[in-house]
Design a binder for this molecule. Sequence first.
Ligand code: SAH
Ligand code: SF4
Length: 392
Amino acid sequence: MTAAPKPGLSGVAPDELARWFEARAEPAYRARQVAEALWRGAAVTPAEISALPGSLRAALAEEFEWDTLSDTETRSGDGDLTVKAVHRLRDGALVESVLMRYPARGARRERHTLCISSQAGCAVGCPFCATGELGFTRDLEVAEIVDQVRHAARRLGSEGRRLTNVVFMGMGEPLLNLERVLAAVDALHDPARFGLGARHITVSTSGVVPGIRELTSRGSQFTLAVSLHAARDALRDVLVPLNRRWPVAEVVAAARDHARVTGRRISYEVTLIGGINDTEADAAAMAELLRGELAHVNLIPMNPVAHTPWTASEPAVVARFASRLRAAGIGTTVRLNRGVEIGAACGQLAAERAGEPAPAAVARRRTLLVRSSAAALRGERAREPLPLGTGG
Ligand code: SAH
Ligand code: SF4
């Protein structure tokens, strides 16, 4: 019989941890020392926390996993401005996090944003996304989510720098792992733990309407990003298959209520794919859909991923799309896509590790995408079944 896996320490709820210290009759300052080492220190194992007595170090190592990620491999791009990390979890699953550095510019202080994963793989199956192509493996535990942040903070700390922003835009659909993602957000936000302001945390969803409504009922103050990609159902059915369960109007209605209740502006993300969702008609439909919303749109040219017949929109087309939205009074930013040469779009590196699929399967996938997007551009809605595991 194998022993039950040890819980990751960073995912243990504060009251539970307090009870553990109490049961061991440890004074309160010991718990604070452990928290300091866990959330702000450089120690990679409890054995390295020299301020603690040996017995406590041993007990921590015995009962908890100090770090749930192992064998992390990093790869830099954009002259070291983008650093991608692939982490191995204890069951061998691989997840990615991407650190983006934004050097100080004028009065603007430097920022370091980490993009983290909430699931190994993803069941939603957006065809332009490498994670979508991998399919779903499993939900991440709270500690597995939070430890990606601790890992990057340690790397930055060794240079005397601080992590300033966390975005849930790596692998997985955060609102399909809602309870754990919210517990991870709490840990990142809590001043006694990681201590990041709510406005420095963004959770991105492909449009899980009940999840958005749950966030609204809890009054969540972090930024909600919605991956929109298309305003017309026929096309969004292809680009974000969950659209067949929660159509775009329902997604935008839920996001609107969220903005009204929380007072927080929604970020809409639009990955622009040449000749697919960047046409005049698409820009016009999006302008109509979002006119008057408390919202901001980020346009991101598609990061090229293997096994799609698609490429990024031309810069002039992206600029035209942006002007069309701005003319409707919608704040719009064009984002550079970072880390193209290191495959920093979510899931790309893990997909590389998973090995190349059979050429015939790749050819079938491309043909299907060409056919379904052409039908969508004619306004026909897809009839294929929903991907597995999305509750459809
Ligand atoms: N599942 C969530 C969060 C993770 S994906 C969601 O879809 O919102 C984070 C963002 O990366 C999404 O906006 C997604 O559309 C975008 N993305 C995925 N693959 C991409 C690619 N190849 N190029 C550009 N953006 C991509
Ligand atoms: Fe999943 Fe987001 Fe990728 Fe779509 S874009 S497959 S929802 S991770």
